[in-house]
Design a protein around this ligand. Sequence first.
Ligand code: ZN
Ligand code: ZN
Length: 252
Amino acid sequence: MNYLTGCLVCGAELSYSRRYTSRTCYYCGVTQETNASCSEGHYVCDSCHNGTANDLIERYCGNTGSTSPLSMALTLMKNPAVKMHGPEHHFLVPAVLLAACRNLNGTDKSGVAEKIRQARIRAEEVKGGFCGFQGACGAAIGAGIFMSLMTGATPLSDRERVLSNLITADCLRAIADNGGARCCKRASFRAILTATEFVRRELGIDLPVEWPPACAFTELNRECLLERCAFYDIGQEVTQNVLLQGETKECP
Ligand SMILES: [Zn+2]
Ligand SMILES: [Zn+2]
């Protein structure tokens, strides 16, 4: 659920004290003197508060120490700058995957910051509605952008280019197999789940392969598939069984 009032992180009431104290921004990690915070102690700097969704994604993923792309995605999706549907999800997917790999491997922050910047430039070329108009969901292309930047793929590369196309293909298949009208949350969860399985298998990178908790975005989505969506509010165990049954159907 997006928090439209109060704290952008948790929805709690904001309070303003007379004294200014030093606080660290929840999203980007900048430390500033402030008299504002929520009852849980969250502080969000003006740049993270006022920026676009892609500004927020870039600032947060540049700073976070999380190794869970799913929990990063959920944190970002709660912020009202990230709309229910929108092309910001095309950047969100590669950004959280790049940040998670950086934090898992302890690779240098500035190099990955440049890759996240590149991911943003590439993802911004994938406009809204790509899934229906171009036949390629932007969340899946986001996974391809992630793999391209991870491996340094170019149109002239061999294996790097193959892996970049294959991860997009796997994500597109998983997204299409769920059926239904577009849902940027469902597509992003699918892309992240598929990408984490892919990098584990192909690159030996042990990102957590996680299912989201029961989806909190149902009420914001007029086209929600409800029980037809594997992430709908019917509990993780059941949804996994639904998926497994769907997968085994193809096996003779
Ligand atoms: Zn809060
Ligand atoms: Zn900030």
